[in-house]
Write a protein that binds this ligand. Structure first.
Ligand code: NDP
Length: 478
């Protein structure tokens, strides 16, 4: 059987590369197709194509760009089933559904792609009069940067690509997208669907390993970088960007704390906390990655979470009724195994899970770990997987200090029956977002981004749209 070769998009046409690599299904090991390995010359051509298309794209009336972006949302919706199947087969999350009570899987991801396209399609960036008196009038105009390089990860490969692409093109930029090597085909399929309704050159793609990403960010004709991924790679990108002074939005890893206050109801919060921690097998930048629970509720909360954890069917997400798929790749699987094994060796209690089944695919059971403290690798390092450490606290000041002690600052949550009490704690936490009685509940109108080592800048909403523009002040003498 011949394996299908997928193509990149360059100036509206499909292009092959001399070399390619396999993309595999993490649930079965099956080869899904061949991904082109873009050459350095092709990376340069993609940037040149975006550069050539950008002035005409920016010059279109804003309403035209808005309606084209709305048409992109329609195309995502019309192709939702096919795109979701790619996400499941290549990324691993189950197909799931989109209604209340459905598993937040691949169809949920595609619905989010549509929502994060429709909302920017309707946003405006009007001219702001920032100062006016009898002598002068100063207007702040927003103009596109030019060419945006978007480097997307493998955990929510289509949704995060959309987070990067859509505001950029809505604002009049053109884009070169580089998907993760692990999830290139689904992302290329999304790009193909989107490109069908955009002028040639507005969206171009390149694929390959980290060297392709670095060739892209080092290209002096790139005017803005959007990157989502690890802090380590974010630092490399920031260093490369510094050489050309290329502005960058970096959405990096997190190690989000969830603090459960003594007045919370363990039964009432368990489901929200469960999905906050285990959505997408914990492979989400803003998952709850360490739970600090008041000692009075510890046992009751652990018991509630254990029931949920053990009730979730795990398997190949193409099969019906599956709630949890595999970990996406071997690197991530081995990281989770090592972190849980090290916690166990240090005397932590594995309440449930903790042992890979040894079957095909990167399956690892949802795992709860107790009798563990700050300083353990499973607490201090981002596990980015289905193993949740639960830490008892007595004194809220110490819990807040624990929450703030790490270098990451993406998200956090506070769980309480008393909103005022939760708000007071939330204000003390160093994070880009502090959720109350929910975790990871991002929304296309609400700015999202990290502080400290979790990145630079925000995405979503009006602020996210501003982040893909630069300012031009026009100052009139009266
Ligand atoms: P990376 O952050 O290393 O890679 C993400 C993307 O950056 C990929 O497209 C990658 O290409 C590209 N890339 C790698 N090196 C460079 C470079 N020097 N210049 C430009 N682009 C580059 O993520 P990994 O997949 O290696 O995952 C490692 C860890 O990152 C995870 O364990 C998790 O902790 C975190 N992570 C965080 C995510 C988030 O949402 N914040 C998402 C995914 C991972 P390629 O894949 O081809 O190497």
């Amino acid at each position: 059987m011949t394996i299908k070769k997928y193509q990149n998009i360059l100036n509206g046409s499909g292009v092959d590369s001399p070399h390619s690599f396999e993309s595999k299904n993490p649930a079965t090991g099956e080869t899904l197709g061949l991904v082109p390995h873009s050459t350095a010359e092709q990376v340069a051509q993609a940037v040149a194509s975006a550069r050539a298309a950008q002035p005409a794209w920016a010059a279109r009336p804003d309403d035209e760009r808005k309606s084209m972006v709305a048409r992109v949302a329609d195309m995502i919706s019309e192709n939702a089933q096919d795109l979701a199947r790619w996400v499941t087969r290549e990324q691993g999350k189950p197909l799931g559904g989109v209604g209340a009570g459905e598993i937040p899987g691949a169809l949920f991801e595609i619905a989010a792609c549509e929502a994060w396209t429709r909302v920017p399609a309707g946003l405006e960036l009007p001219i702001e009069v920032v100062f006016e008196d009898d002598t002068r009038r100063d207007e702040l105009h927003r103009t596109p940067y030019g060419v945006v390089a978007a480097i997307a990860p493998w955990n929510w490969p289509l949704m995060i690509a959309i987070w990067q692409i859509i505001p950029a093109i809505r604002a009049g930029n053109t884009v070169v997208l580089k998907p993760s090597e692990y999830t290139s085909i689904g992302t290329l399929e999304l790009a193909r669907v989107i490109s069908a309704v955009l002028p040639p050159g507005v969206l171009n793609t390149v694929t390959g390993l980290g060297a392709v990403g670095s060739a892209l960010v080092e290209n002096p004709d790139v005017d803005k970088i959007m990157f989502t991924g690890s802090t380590a790679t974010g630092i490399k990108i920031a260093a490369a960007a510094a050489r050309n002074l290329t502005p960058s939005t970096l959405e990096l890893g997190g190690n989000d704390p969830a603090i459960v206050l003594p007045d919370a109801d363990p039964h009432a919060i368990a489901m929200g906390l469960f999905w906050g921690a285990f959505i997408n097998m914990g492979q989400t930048c803003a998952c709850a990655k360490r739970v600090y629970v008041h000692e009075s509720l510890h046992d009751a909360l652990v018991a509630e979470l254990k029931v949920l954890v053990e009730a979730m069917p795990m398997g190949n997400g193409m099969e019906p009724s599956i709630a949890m798929g595999p970990i996406q790749n071997a690197m991530q699987f081995e990281k989770v195994v090592a972190l849980v094994d090290s916690a166990r060796a240090a005397g932590a209690t594995i309440v449930t899970g903790g042992q890979a089944p040894g079957t095909a695919g990167y399956f690892y059971p949802l795992t709860l770990v107790t009798d563990i403290q700050d300083g353990a690798d499973l607490v201090d390092e981002e596990q980015f997987g289905p193993a949740l450490p639960i830490i008892k606290y007595r004194d809220i000041d110490l819990a807040v200090a624990s929450a703030n002690r790490l270098g990451a600052g993406l998200g956090a949550s506070v769980w309480s029956a008393d909103t005022g009490h939760a708000m007071a704690v939330a204000k003390r936490i160093q994070a880009g977002t502090v959720w109350i009685n929910q975790h990871g509940a991002v929304h296309p109108m609400v700015p999202f981004g990290g502080v400290k080592g979790s990145g630079w800048g925000v995405e979503f909403g009006v602020d996210g749209l501003k982040s893909v523009t630069q300012t031009r002040v026009i100052s009139l003498k009266k």
